[in-house]
Design a protein around this ligand. Structure first.
Ligand SMILES: [Mg+2]
Length: 271
């Protein structure tokens, strides 16, 4: 009975959403991306494939003392570590994105409420991989652009899901903590000072290397510069819902929703 009532409310919400097109562009355009993330066999298979590939490479990475995921570093005798982004790399926040569609809200509305719920779910394959890495004595670091005020909630969420989380040093490096900004480079370098970073995992180019590219085309061109890293030392998870890939469509400018839609259409390639 309650279920039916909720279903009815959802259908009414959607009917309203569809009729309210002036507002709904962004949310409606997110709908398929969120559904792909939450429902597709293809998304899950890609995530499992990523962490399975990395698991198979752990032995080689440990044995080869010149193996490093940080370009131009020579870490030889340092103990091994792995760096992971948090959102959409180990934690699945698609429920937050789904709520935005239903509630007709947009990020960052209600983001704090979602983070403080500490209820994000596991990205498939990530926990199993990290448990194996941990059993090999590899240190696990989480480098996230969640704001520093979310450190406790983020730690709680990760621990609740049983992710490896050492307490002997800071393994959760937030944006805004110790003056760290959106660029993750200084945090990667800080970890690399004491560790040999074997692998990096993320869903955004900046999780791996600082790229100054602003347009989508420039970003895409720069991927090939690191062809030796992808699938061996760097592992990209798909995120069709949000990310710099989208912001680069507007060259990181704050423009109106109408202008954004126009830009998106302009960027379609037809041959
Ligand atoms: Mg992320």
């Amino acid at each position: 009975m309650i279920r039916n009532k909720f279903l009815f409310i959802y259908i009414i919400s959607f009917t309203f959403l569809l009729s309210n097109t002036a507002f709904a562009d962004k949310n409606l355009e997110s709908l398929l991306a969120v559904l792909f993330t939450q429902t597709s066999a293809e998304m899950k298979a890609t995530q499992l494939q990523t962490f399975q590939t990395a698991t198979n490479l752990l032995d080689d990475a440990l044995k080869d003392s010149s193996w490093t995921a940080i370009p131009n570093s020579f870490p030889k005798d340092k103990p091994p570590a792995i760096i992971l982004d948090v959102d959409e790399t180990v934690l699945d926040n698609s429920f937050y994105n789904a709520r935005n569609i239903i509630d007709e809200t947009n990020y960052p509305e209600n983001w704090s409420d979602w983070v403080f719920e500490e209820n994000a779910k596991k990205i498939p394959g990530s926990l199993e991989f990290l448990k194996i890495a941990q059993s090999y004595g590899i240190k696990i670091f989480y480098v996230t652009n969640r704001a520093a005020e979310y450190e406790t909630a983020t730690r709680n969420n990760l621990k609740k899901l049983n992710y490896p989380f050492d307490d002997d040093e800071d393994v959760l490096l937030m944006k805004g903590e110790k003056g760290w900004e959106s660029s993750k480079e200084s945090r990667r370098n800080l970890i690399a000072r004491n560790y040999r970073v074997l692998m990096i995992f993320g869903d955004n180019f900046i999780d791996f290397v600082e790229v100054s590219a602003t347009s989508a085309k420039q970003r895409k061109n720069r991927v090939e510069e690191y062809s030796d890293y992808w699938g061996e030392k760097w592992f990209m998870l798909p995120n069709p819902v949000y990310g710099y890939w989208e912001r680069s469509l507007y060259e990181f400018q704050n423009i109106s929703e109408e202008q954004r839609t126009k830009k998106r259409l302009e960027l379609l390639e037809i041959n």
